[in-house]
Design a protein around this ligand. Structure first.
Ligand SMILES: C[S@@+](CC[C@H](N)C(=O)[O-])C[C@H]1O[C@@H](n2cnc3c(N)ncnc32)[C@H](O)[C@@H]1O
Length: 196
């Protein structure tokens, strides 16, 4: 089954189908929940979340690039998933004002796009969108010791954790797991925060 056309093709498709959804369950994602995958790219994590939350849950797959959202639409159709809604950057502004009961917000490999002011603005937006005890799950990439890049190149994962705690979130745990980054499987750490 061709889920994603990525380099390690078969290996990654096998991982997606056999184990991919389990790490979301391991960090507490459940059936019927509402998820925002912010900066979803081609939507691999939106699709895995869609598999976990099921037909009565919903995943908002948000990206500024229409070409990525088009890929998400094609993939969800291929997989028969009806619970993933693609959202453009402009539509997200409307969504953020409307939806206040989100269970999970995913920020996977995306924070390096934003400077400190923008990151803090985003944390505020997410805080308002989350339900009480809703979770913010972050897969930090391109920090100081991890292929430093752009806005996170001088910031360690620990600094980033403190920054998010300073923005009213409670740090809950680091979940160590196998992840996909770009086209490869790798060992990853998901930082899980909660709105108190
Ligand atoms: C490196 S990709 C990560 C994709 C996906 N989360 C993953 O882990 O496979 C980062 C994505 O964030 C998106 N992005 C960057 N700035 C954004 C913004 N302001 N609003 C929405 N999406 C944004 C980019 O277009 C890109 O698709």
């Amino acid at each position: 089954m061709g889920v994603f056309k990525i380099k390690q093709g078969e290996l990654i498709n096998k991982w997606i189908l056999e184990q991919g959804a389990s790490f979301f369950q391991d960090i507490g994602m459940k059936k019927n929940q509402k998820v925002v995958d912010f900066g979803c790219g081609e939507g691999i994590y939106s699709i895995l979340s869609g598999m976990v939350v099921g037909e009565n849950g919903i995943v908002y797959a948000v990206d500024e690039q229409q070409k990525d959202l088009d890929i998400v639409v094609d993939k969800t159709k291929d997989m028969g998933l009806k619970n993933i809604k693609t959202v453009t950057k402009n539509e997200f502004k409307i969504l953020a004002n409307k939806v206040k009961d989100v269970d999970f917000i995913l920020l996977f490999d995306v924070l390096h796009y934003f400077d400190k002011n923008k990151r803090e603005e985003l944390y505020g937006t997410f805080y308002q969108m989350l339900a009480k005890n809703g979770k913010l799950a972050i897969y930090p990439k391109h920090t100081k010791n991890n292929f430093p890049l752009w806005n996170l190149s001088d910031i360690s994962n620990k600094d980033l954790q403190k920054e998010i705690e300073n923005n009213h979130f409670f740090f809950r745990k680091i979940h160590k797991t196998i992840m996909i980054h770009d086209t490869e499987l790798e060992n990853g750490n998901i930082f899980v925060f909660e709105k108190g």
